[in-house]
Design a protein around this ligand. Structure first.
Ligand code: CO
Length: 133
């Protein structure tokens, strides 16, 4: 099964402030901006070569990214691996004893199906499996 790093998620307080700063530093604008209500975030994707960058702004302070910002501040929030079959990836991680945040895949940015592994199972790192349409 192919396993690539699809993107790095970066938690930011404000996309309006962060996206121009990243655009200036990288010399490229975000490929797109999107609301992902299922994850309670607004997303700006930068299609850099290889893994993309996903800036995440919480829609509410109570959501997962809002809570992350509260406790850990801005910065790298998750690593997303692209998989051919998110259900299979989820089942494998679960069989291996990982604690899952998602027992079933949900809708992520760009129409992808995603599932998250709990950071307690992976040394404090939040891992996302992404199946692209
Ligand atoms: Co992500």
């Amino acid at each position: 099964m192919a396993l690539l790093i699809d993107h790095l998620g970066i938690a930011v307080r404000s996309l309006d402030q962060a996206a121009p700063a990243w655009a200036a530093a990288l010399g490229m604008g975000p490929a797109g901006r999107e609301e992902v209500p299922g994850q309670g975030v607004r997303v700006a994707m930068f299609a850099v070569g290889g893994p993309k960058l996903e800036l995440l702004e919480p829609m509410t302070p109570e959501g997962p990214v809002g809570k992350f910002l509260e406790s850990r501040g801005e910065g790298i929030h998750h690593i997303a691996f692209r998989v051919d079959d998110v259900n299979a990836a989820l089942a494998r991680a679960k069989d291996a004893g990982a604690r899952m945040i998602d027992e079933t895949p949900r809708r992520g940015a760009g129409g992808a199906l995603v599932a998250f592994v709990h950071p307690k199972s992976l040394n404090g790192v939040l891992v996302e499996f992404v199946q692209r349409p």
